[in-house]
Structure formats: C-alpha cells, structure tokens
Ligand binder design. Structure first.
Ligand code: IMP
Ligand code: MG
Length: 182
C-alpha cells in the first residue's frame, strides 16, 4: 500500500462490484429506443470511473468532457464554480446527458452543472457519482446514480487526487492527515 494512505476505504474488488451495479442501473434507464446517452465526465477525477463504467454499459453512448472547479488548492471547497473546459458538442438538444463525477462533497458542482446543461438545452440531465459524502452537503442535492456513500474523510485514488497526486492508485484510500497538514 502507498505510504501516504492511512486505510483503504474501497478496494479493487468492491470498486468492480460497484461499477457493475451502477452500469446495470444506467442501462435500465437509458438502453431503450428514443434515448441518446451522452456520458459527460468531469475532469480530471472521474476519468478512471468513467473508463471502467463505459466498458460495462450495453447502452449505445457518446462521451464528452468538461473541466470545472469548485475547489481552491488543497482539501477545502471554495463554493465558486469555474468552467475551464466546456463540452465539445455544441447542440445538445437531442442528448440525454449523464454527468459522471468522482465524488460529491458540498453538492455545488453538480447542482451548478445541471442548471448549466439544462439552460444549454439538453433534453435530459442526470448525475452519476462514484462516491458521496452526504454529511458535507451545503446545497440540497441527490445524485440519480451513486456508487457508495463514505464518511467525511479526504480520500484519494481511482482518479481522485490531492494536489494532482495519487490518481493512479487502484483503490480509494484515506489520505494520512499529516500529508495535507504539513
Ligand atoms: P462539490 O462541488 O463540493 O460537491 O465538489 C466536488 C469536488 O470536490 C469533486 O469533484 C472533487 O474534485 C473534490 N473533492 C471533494 N472531496 C474530495 C476528496 O475527499 N478527495 C478528493 N477530491 C475531493
Ligand atoms: Mg472533481
């Protein structure tokens, strides 16, 4: 195990079970005539989850990316949402968008994105998150598809970072507090 990780919270086998279950739930919702699924990954944290998820989906799909931040440096949410990269697709009127996130903390990023994509004219907008920290919510928000709820701990791995590190770890682990307090 990486020396900066205090404890593994979700191991590889559990992640695989979670992704399999969430993919089946998404297929039940979108794998039917008249739907046009666009998976919209929020960079960078959701790329590992999205890559694993799309391999398990049976629904025909397209992918796109956005980069936003609700975060200053480190472990505290700022509350401001900045769009650093907008999605490539310009006309989303006939798209059923599923926003794919790594983790929901305050809920501000996803509530903002739902409004943003709805205003842009998407036919439907739903959200999918691997991890959810419900105890941290600052706005009332529930994801349509959720991998697992976790306690209020700062986690890294499987795409999630601390100052751009630890994204490639194959599990989700709790970062040792001394790593971000020093
Ligand atoms: P929200 O807008 O507060 O819900 O912010 C969600 C974003 O905060 C996520 O996409 C992550 O980038 C970041 N974040 C929140 N908690 C963690 C964590 O425990 N580890 C790594 N990133 C986190
Ligand atoms: Mg993120």
């Amino acid at each position: 195990m990486n020396k900066d990780i205090a404890r593994i919270l979700v191991d590889e086998a559990e992640l695989d079970r979670i992704v399999t279950r969430v993919a089946a739930e998404i297929d039940r919702e979108y794998n039917r005539p008249g739907k046009r699924l666009l998976l919209l990954a929020i960079l960078k944290g959701s790329v590992v989850f999205m890559g694993d998820l799309m391999k398990k989906l049976k629904t025909p799909l397209e992918i796109d990316f956005m980069k936003v931040s609700s975060y200053g440096a480190g472990t505290h949410t700022s509350g401001n949402i900045n769009i650093h990269l907008d999605l490539q697709k310009k006309d989303i009127h006939d798209c059923d968008i599923l926003v794919v996130e790594d983790i929901i903390d305050s809920g501000r990023t996803l509530s903002y994105l739902i409004d943003y994509l709805t205003l842009k004219g998407a036919r439907s907008v739903k959200t999918c998150t691997l991890l959810d920290k419900p105890s941290r919510r600052e706005v009332d928000f529930h994801a349509d598809f959720c991998g697992t709820e976790i306690p209020d701990e700062f986690v890294v791995g499987y795409g999630l970072d601390y100052n751009e590190k630890y994204r490639a770890l194959p599990y989700v682990g709790i970062l040792k507090p001394e790593v971000y307090s020093k």
